[in-house]
Ligand binder design. Sequence first.
Ligand SMILES: C[S@@+](CC[C@H](N)C(=O)[O-])C[C@H]1O[C@@H](n2cnc3c(N)ncnc32)[C@H](O)[C@@H]1O
Length: 173
Amino acid sequence: MKVSNFEEYILHSPKTVGKENKKWIDSALSFADKNLPVLEIGSGTGIDADYIESQDFTVHRTDIDDRFIAYQKEKGKNVQKLDILNDKIKEKYSLIFINAVLHHFNYEELGRCLKKIKTQASAIAFSLPNSYKVNIPEIEHELGLEKVYFQKTDMWCLYVFFNPQNGGDLVAP
Ligand SMILES: C[S@@+](CC[C@H](N)C(=O)[O-])C[C@H]1O[C@@H](n2cnc3c(N)ncnc32)[C@H](O)[C@@H]1O
């Protein structure tokens, strides 16, 4: 789903990563190997990718929306087009990071996305609004993931999952 009023969105979006999100991202990065890139899905304006890069990780920025891709390209960033619902993820990553994207999907789509993502990374971090009803034990059980971090903010639940099936086995492409 695309942002309806792009200019308005850009105007009101944060320009740097806040303290709570930094804590969450730092936790996610503690499960990531610097020899493999981080994939960000739905990068938007790219502030999370900027922060992750500042921590010496390589980020593959992606988004479904050409306007965000162009916005970041103007800032000299390379952003690939990726629709996480319909496209394949071809590479292996140390971490797949998804902030404020998955609530655009229904529960079936969320499950499908996570199933696709989990084969490609040893850690997955995503956020969902507090209002989004999600059964975390079911996700852990069905997908074989371990929740290793959880933080609730005023609006968001911030998660990090570790995938023991991929832990340590991924090799750089
Ligand atoms: C609310 S914005 C969040 C942007 C950024 N992650 C952040 O936290 O600031 C949602 C983002 O998800 C992207 N998006 C929506 N549906 C998508 C899909 N199917 N595949 C990939 N990105 C998607 C939108 O284009 C937009 O950049």
